[in-house]
Design a protein around this ligand. Sequence first.
Ligand SMILES: Nc1nc2c(ncn2[C@@H]2O[C@H](COP(=O)(O)OP(=O)(O)O)[C@@H](O)[C@H]2O)c(=O)[nH]1
Ligand SMILES: [Mg+2]
Length: 90
Amino acid sequence: MGDAFNDDECDYLFKAVLIGDSGVGKSNLLWRFSRNEFRLDSKPTIGVEFAYRNIRVGDKLIKAQIWDTAGQERYTHDSQQKVKEEKNKK
Ligand SMILES: Nc1nc2c(ncn2[C@@H]2O[C@H](COP(=O)(O)OP(=O)(O)O)[C@@H](O)[C@H]2O)c(=O)[nH]1
Ligand SMILES: [Mg+2]
């Protein structure tokens, strides 16, 4: 979905993390946003997953990188680690 362009070409890169209790619809929100899909039988997210969507606003190219986390407490540490790792990359 959205226009195809790579990291170097985009004017802005936005990173957002979805957090919330398990089963509230975070993964479906992300699927709808990135692929325009809805899943009735979605499985719990393990750890962290992410998706991109490229959006053109006026003459600016925006890359939205959305992180989806698992709501369960036992994955919280993993999620925080992944987010930290990703932050350090840029
Ligand atoms: N009817 C309805 N069901 C939804 C909606 N969003 C999510 N669900 C359902 O709620 C359940 C949990 O959704 P999921 O996206 O996996 O939640 P997550 O655990 O927060 O990622 C799934 O069975 C989805 O199909 C919605 O807007 N409407
Ligand atoms: Mg999920």
